[in-house]
Design a protein around this ligand. Sequence first.
Ligand SMILES: N[C@@H](CCC(=O)N[C@@H](CS)C(=O)NCC(=O)O)C(=O)O
Length: 226
Amino acid sequence: MEKGNKNKGVQLVGFWVSPFVHRVKWGMKLKGIEFEYIEEDIFNRSPLLSQINPVTGKVPVLVHDGNPLPESSIILEYLDEVWSHAPLLPIDAYQRAQARFWSKFADQKVLESAYLSVCSKGEIQEKAVKDAIGHLETLEEELGGRRFFGGDTIGHVDLMMGFIAYMLPVWEEVAAVTILDALKFPNLAAWRSNFVDHPAIKGDLPSKDEVFTYFQWRREVHLQRI
Ligand SMILES: N[C@@H](CCC(=O)N[C@@H](CS)C(=O)NCC(=O)O)C(=O)O
């Protein structure tokens, strides 16, 4: 391994439709980090994944210089520390802490309720949709008229929210619900266009038809278990 070249020995183990994996891919593209992508079958875990992420067995896992690191938000922070150019998190400590707060909000509140609306029906689905809309109201206010949550450029919070831009519309279609109504959420609707039109994002989105088919199947599997 060549010393001093941070781009040597960078691998990302992922799954094509995972919103968590896309966050990391986009972060690496924004920073211009070269990496080898290794597709994993999450339904039939490979010995490699069991070896590099024995604790949760989930993707993404970044492998840098032979060192594995799971968890999308932690990987994004690691990218910022090792490849400090084009920072994803603000430099100011308070703003950085604020960004971490919103990233956690995206992960724990928005994503969970939005995904539950895909995997449920009846009252549970109604509540999930209501919760997701409530969380978007909070985000709409937080974003205001800014281009991105990161200001003029895509940052950590935008990457963590990225699923809203490209996956939520498909989830809404699969579940026959409306969560991000562009008339009700003009700031988020503008952000969504800015995000998906960004060169680092645009070229790295799975096809809508394939995403639709995948989540339609996921929905059926979940509904059969209820
Ligand atoms: N909190 C994790 C979530 C990762 C996650 O849930 N990954 C899914 C793919 S979308 C996975 O690997 N699932 C396989 C499993 O649960 O065994 C992160 O942000 O990286």
